[in-house]
Design a protein around this ligand. Structure first.
Ligand code: TRP
Length: 331
């Protein structure tokens, strides 16, 4: 039997999960869990590269795990864990940082954007963030890394670091590949449909745990255009096209079926219909996440077990790396 390919991915608990994270990422992770050997991480160490309120970070990290499970990720099939519970991430990160060029990190577009946004707090952590991400991936000898377009450059850097390291020290790391699933719906902001839906832009962002009335209000207020036809045309009708994409992802319909549903109907009917489809999609997920949040003992057992399984794998890579770079083995 051929070994399953390994997948690693993670989301920062720097805000609540969004409809975009569900439709663009988590839904795909669920589809991958049978065919691949997957690790899905809550990357809290990445989250502190910008200021967090400690109590909120703690609550969101656990809530994110509950929501992963409520979305259909099975803790038996996947290794689900919290990054800071596996110290090997930080340890490998130090070594890899010594094999990464300052110039390479300076070219990362996300660093440049974030540095602009947080001009009063440009930390070394924000700068070396891609090195920590490379450690996440390489520690587990991952083959594939499902990420959105915005993370492609970081995966490229990870490949460069791993290739360079392997040139010094052969056969250390599997060279990973970014895996941008064709099916993943790219959900845009409801307020500015040119931009990706993002928790850092709460206006136009639907959160996974939003109340039905808030979801309806956000969809009713969604930016459209001055025509009347519900037609998929991302170039000229980004708002309507985004709503159609969301409608398809929520109902499982094809774009043709979706357009047919709203033929001859105006935006006044279309927008609340998309809202309702999303409310219905999220209803069972929200109920399950709420139920799980009340069962702290269960969540604790999931992340504890996840961390143990992750550590066993991570340790193998870290020992190999420490030996190769010339550290004296402890005892
Ligand atoms: N940087 C990613 C993001 O912000 C999150 C992340 C951290 C990640 N480590 C990872 C994604 C490893 C994939 C693999 O979206």
């Amino acid at each position: 039997m051929e070994a399953k390919k390994r997948i690693f991915s993670g989301i920062q608990p720097s805000g609540e999960l969004t409809l975009g994270s569900y439709m663009g990422a988590i839904k795909n992770w669920v589809a991958l869990q049978d065919e691949y050997d997957c690790l899905y991480c809550i990357v809290d160490m990445h989250a502190i590269t910008v200021r967090q309120v400690p109590a909120d970070l703690r609550r969101r990290s656990v809530a994110q795990l509950a929501q992963y499970i409520a979305c259909g990720l099975d803790p038996e099939k996947n290794i689900m864990f919290i990054q800071s519970h596996v110290p090997q991430h930080a340890e490998l990160s130090w070594v890899l940082g010594c094999y990464t060029q300052f110039g390479e990190l300076s070219r990362m577009t996300q660093f440049k954007d974030k540095a602009k946004k947080h001009a009063d707090n440009i930390t070394a952590g924000l700068f070396t963030y891609p090195v920590l991400m490379a450690s996440d991936i390489l520690l587990y000898q991952s083959d594939l890394v499902p990420v959105g377009d915005d993370q492609r450059q970081h995966v490229e850097l990870c490949r460069d670091i791993a290739t360079r390291f392997n040139n010094w020290f052969p056969d250390t790391f599997t060279i990973p590949e970014a895996f941008v699933p064709k099916m993943g719906a790219r959900v845009m902001s409801l307020g500015q449909p040119e931009n990706k839906m993002s928790k850092s832009e709460p206006d136009g962002c639907v959160f996974l745990m939003d109340k039905p009335e808030d979801i309806m209000r956000k969809f009713k207020r969604a930016v459209t255009d001055c025509e009347t036809a519900v037609r998929y045309d991302p170039e000229n009708k980004p708002g309507i096209s985004n709503l159609l994409t969301i409608y398809c992802a929520a109902t499982g319909k094809t774009m043709d079926e979706a357009e047919a549903d709203f033929e001859g109907k105006g935006y006044g009917i279309f927008k609340p219909a998309v809202g309702e489809a999303v409310v219905e999609l999220l209803r069972p997920i929200q109920a399950e996440a709420t139920r799980l949040m009340a069962d702290k003992a269960y969540l604790e057992s999931v992340y504890t077990q996840g961390a143990q399984r992750a550590q066993a794998l991570a340790n193998r890579t870290l020992r190999k790396v420490y030996k190769k770079v010339g550290f004296v083995p402890a005892k």
